[in-house]
Design a protein around this ligand. Sequence first.
Ligand code: NAD
Ligand code: DAU
Length: 376
Amino acid sequence: MNILITGGAGFIGSHVVRLFVTKYKDYKIVNLDKLTYAGNLANLKDIEDCPNYKFVKADICDYEAMCRVMREEQIDGVIHLAAESHVDRSIRDPFTFARTNVMGTLSLLQAAKVYWESLPGGYAGKRFYHISTDEVYGALELTHPKGIEPPFTTKASSGQHHLAYGDQFFLEDTKYQPHSPYSASKASSDHFVRAYHDTYGMPTIVTNCSNNYGPYQFPEKLIPLFINNICHKKPLPVYGKGENVRDWLYVEDHARAIDLIFHKGRIADTYNIGGFNEWKNIDIVKVLIKTVDRVLGRGEFEDLNLITYVTDRQGHDLRYAIDSTKLQKELGWEPSLQFEEGIEKTVRWYLDNQKWMDNVTSGDYQRYYEEMYAKR
Ligand code: NAD
Ligand code: DAU
């Protein structure tokens, strides 16, 4: 197969590219990325010379370029991750999010349609897999049984017990109710993908995943930003009271789910991906402080005083919680890492890869992308 992975120089995309390039030596993996501030080819240094890997620098909004890549690389399957992904940026600059996430996805869909419909076999054996987010479902309440302090033990529809901050979960048929410009743009792109199946018969799949963490995440997101700040004893800007809840999944577990669903998922279907792993932001921050301080040989919780409560994010969603029972039951996927293990690996990776961090946080890197960002 010839597979086009968009956004492969970003955080999740780089893990997906690495997994596919190393696991499927007989596939050609084409990584298409515009290299925005979030795209970094250093994320793929270890596999860039593999014979089954090719990088193409292009913008998904460039329809002609998308048609050319589909045709010239004879693409059989698309795994679409390219997007503007940071909620805070979407609040400052919603237009960029509509352009990339909505129009970019549409341009890619149309290019795939034109190419695949031109082939004698049409859509047979083809697949357009769109990576989306749990944020399209909106926000859940923090509810708990009377007299029991959250997080409390509850039962997912799989029958498994886990800790949660509420008794409601996002299911595949939960109504879309996006609140931020980011989630609104992702919701819109999800609708376009499903429309291409319903209207033209394109074999599409959509998955909605919870918050990812792990190596190579751009340090504007909570976990890498805070690890770096703790390391350098800089303030940790906790939005509001730190009471918001997120459901965290190790990025390689997401990549494994993408591999499984790309190959075995049902066409026109949707799968939720998550690890039943809910944490309040403030508790995550304390885990990060504890882990970084221990790994660096500092006193236990020496850096608690770095916590700085700041003005809340506008429209800040209170709680996300994914029910991934369908994926577990139908395709047998489950997360491989316990959170404690994943956080330990993640902290150690950032501390061991200070050069990577210094590069993406350096004045030069930031200035280059901020100027580019300001021009758009
Ligand atoms: P990221 O911001 O780290 O990477 C995005 C990549 O897309 C970058 O390499 C960037 O250069 C590229 N890109 C941006 N605009 C482009 C354009 N116009 N043309 C081509 N390439 C472009 O994002 P991420 O966190 O890795 O997220 C990847 C995907 O997964 C996104 O679609 C996101 O919505 C989704 N997702 C992310 C999470 C998460 O926790 N990070 C969770 C669920 C779903
Ligand atoms: O749920 C999936 C989504 O997770 C993805 O679709 C997004 O692409 C990804 O960015 C992520 O969105 P969040 O907004 O949840 O992630 P972020 O790391 O920005 O923030 C996590 C939580 O921490 C959120 O409640 C806001 C809070 N926060 C974040 C930052 C950057 C802070 O309190 N302080 C901060 O400085």
